[in-house]
Write a protein that binds this ligand. Sequence first.
Ligand SMILES: C[S@@+](CC[C@H](N)C(=O)[O-])C[C@H]1O[C@@H](n2cnc3c(N)ncnc32)[C@H](O)[C@@H]1O
Length: 523
Amino acid sequence: MTHNDNELSQAEPSPVEPLPVELDLVLTGIAHGGESVGRADDGRVVFARYGIPGERVTVRVSNPDPEARMWRGDVVAAHEASPHRVPHVWPAADPLSRGTTEAGRVAVPGGADFGHIDLAHQRELKTRIVAEQLARIGGIDVNETEYSGVLPPLTDTAGGLGWRTRMAYAIDEQGRIAMRQARSHALIPTPTMPLEHPKLAALKLGEVDLTGLEKIELAVSNTDEPPLILAVPTLTETGEETRAARSAIKRLSNHIASNTTANQDHDAPAASIALLNQVRGAASDGRGRVERITGRTWLTQTVPTQTAQTQLAQRQTGQRPTAGSYSYRVTGEGFWQIHSSAPETLMHDVMTYAQAQPGQRWLDLYAGAGLFTAALADAIGERGEVISIEGAPGTHRDAKRNLKDAPQARIVQDRVERALAQLGHNGGGGRSRGSGRNRRHRKAAIDGIVLDPPRAGAGKSAINRMLALEPGRIVYVACDPAAFARDARQLVRGGYRLESLTGRDLYPHTHHIEIIALFTPTP
Ligand SMILES: C[S@@+](CC[C@H](N)C(=O)[O-])C[C@H]1O[C@@H](n2cnc3c(N)ncnc32)[C@H](O)[C@@H]1O
């Protein structure tokens, strides 16, 4: 009902919200979004956050619609706790000690919904979630594929903490950095957050009054560069920063200047600061206007070149593996992986599955700043070609800079769906064009595709266009098991089999999962 509807119908009785109910039940399964699943006495399915399968719990359902086939709620007491239940890694986010709001919801910040489960068991549950989603949505049995389960990242952080190299905080009415309450717009002040990278925590932004800012985004690289703070100001109706925003930037700059730590140069800022004006688009679109205040507006990220593939090849030929790293420039608002070990872990897994060979032709779809493009370009060498497709303008500019010394890398800014359609028309591939194919087509065939789409997956049209190119290998990097399972089903129906599958725990203490999968043509 809209606000106006409400005013017009004041005489009508307003619908009565059902009162919250508490149910005692046993949790028996785990769902895609990290909720445990059980059944109420009347047989109704109940999805409960903050539980662990096997536990007997009380679940508080805040909006128990009697007509609904399933209810959602929060565990508020564990009567027979799982042996895997541990003290929450983030006490402020511990649902069993924080109580409920007036609306009947557990009042904890989102962002660590698995923090009450021991790390090894989190990974077991995630292993199960991937298998179940593939079975249910994809119609794929993981027992028929090489599935290693959900593994830790190549470099695990101590206790699965301090891995977030990127953070976004809202600013509450009192000017404090804050996070949203899970499934709500309510803000909870968050002076510290244990998943945050130690260099970001060291900025101590909880001590500054940021009244006048709408939100703040933080990023840190794995080099010695200072972290980058992107401040999103509140704006006047005409799109100008408010006076309060300018004062907030001043306080932030002063705070950062006085917060230089003992091991930093005296005149080096402890953080770069930039304004991010998001009026004309979300930050992740790379369309926000970034204005430097102090330091730089980008970060340099490095990733070791020693992929499993090159190490193996070098060992096989009796050489010593070469050390070295790829270097990437990533603008403040551009895309970069969040876990400190994600770039090296994903590059390792992708290149292991890709087995890209000199002279081959590859596509890197949803390529970001060129993380995988650089490794693919190396593997195929100057006789090969890798076409790197990224939609966001800012991130595309990063990729262009990052790959400027690799003539075999063609960096394209376009929507993947459209770029693939064009490739299809312009002799993009067709490995099985068989006896009739001419030299041009043979040269143009696509040997392999790496794709790393956003959470929603690649979708029907992109997958159809990929299938039309008939690549020899498809390496799919996914961050949502359900969307991945849907795309996997389409690939399997289109003549591919899921040959190998690895999960990676790149989001410890949350329910999120990264998946790396290899599809090859069905023999
Ligand atoms: C999960 S990120 C992966 C980036 C890169 N592979 C990496 O690991 O750094 C997905 C990227 O796809 C881009 N993107 C999203 N939808 C797109 C589309 N339809 N066409 C092209 N790029 C898209 C986003 O801007 C983002 O950079």
